[in-house]
Design a protein around this ligand. Structure first.
Ligand code: CP
Length: 312
């Protein structure tokens, strides 16, 4: 692959290759993490939407691999003066970046941008479409906690309709032959979702029964477009994960959340902080390793393509 735009085009063997390489990066002792596989390469991070985890971990990953990393301050860029996304992309392309990491509020914007630039593009989240590195870091977290990434029962709970994390995870977990259950209110369930081979539940206790993994999602109000927003109190009562509801999952079920987390809305703080069940901080840790692996592999492809075009 030239770019990492989503999970959809990836073959299960490509997913395993990324996870195996990331596993190695995650296991390296902290003082030997620095490598030079991106030495001489330029990485530009363009975040048109807020981010803590994804932006910080892409920056750290690039620096650990020896790239020159530039974070574009999109709020202070000429986008504010009316420049289009494509003109911004063409301007940056003229500076010959090798890797472009892009987050954008519109589904499909990252794909469009990838058609206008010469470097490799990594989707850091586009609208409600895909967030591939999040699904990959979730997969690595599950694989390390459970010892495998197949024949597991995974419940994804909450605002599925507006979630690119849910979409990428549904595809990845399905490709790796896991059973996916979606739990949430009917108003937050996308139409036609059953076609993705998932089971849909509107009741937490029923949906969580005997699952291996519980993945909680936040209410993504920024993408609700003025539609129905449930009351947080009522939402927590019915869909917030607490100790009582978690009892319905397997006794060794792990609890995940991509962040940012709204304590007391989709998850009780004590569950989020319970080190025997919650792997939320491990997810953040795996984020750096997965992004190192993804950029390492794309850089290898980029170098190979450049070499073959010189030979031709
Ligand atoms: N999970 C995730 O994408 O978090 P950020 O919005 O903080 O990057």
């Amino acid at each position: 692959q030239k770019h990492l735009l989503g999970i959809e085009p990836l073959h299960p063997t490509e997913i395993t290759t990324i996870l195996d390489l990331a596993d190695g990066y995650a296991d390296r002792p902290t003082d030997t993490r620095h490598r030079d596989v991106l030495a001489g390469m330029t990485q530009i991070n363009m975040f048109f939407e807020n981010s803590t985890r994804t932006q910080a971990s892409f920056e750290l990953a690039g620096k650990r691999l020896g790239a020159d990393v530039m974070n574009m301050a999109m709020q202070a860029s000429s986008i504010k003066k009316g420049e289009t996304l494509i003109d911004t992309a063409l301007t940056l392309n003229a500076m010959h970046p090798d890797l472009l990491v892009v987050r954008h509020p519109h589904s499909g914007a990252v794909d469009l941008l990838s058609q206008k630039v010469n470097g490799a593009v990594l989707n850091a989240g586009d609208g409600r479409h895909e967030h591939p590195t999040q699904a990959l870091l979730d997969a690595l977290t599950i694989r390390r906690a459970k010892g495998r990434l197949h024949r597991l029962s995974v419940a994804i709970c909450g605002d599925i309709a507006h979630s690119r994390v849910a979409r990428s995870n549904i595809m990845l977990l399905g490709k790796m032959e896991n059973r996916v259950r979606l739990i949430g209110p009917p108003t937050l369930m996308p139409a036609g979702i059953s076609e993705f081979g998932v089971e849909v539940f509107n009741d937490m206790e029923e949906g969580l029964k005997d699952v291996d993994v519980v993945m909680m999602l936040r209410l993504q109000k920024e993408r609700m477009d003025g539609g129905f927003i449930p009351s947080e109190r009522e939402y927590f009562h019915r869909y917030g994960l607490n100790a009582e509801k978690l009892k319905h999952a397997k006794a060794d079920a792990i609890v995940m959340h991509p962040g940012p987390m709204n304590r007391g809305v989709e998850i009780d703080g004590t569950i989020a902080d319970d080190i025997n069940r919650s792997v939320i901080q491990t997810q953040v840790e795996m984020g750096v390793a997965v992004r190192m692996a993804a950029m390492d592999l794309l850089a290898q492809n980029l170098r190979a393509a450049r070499k073959s075009s010189v030979i031709a």
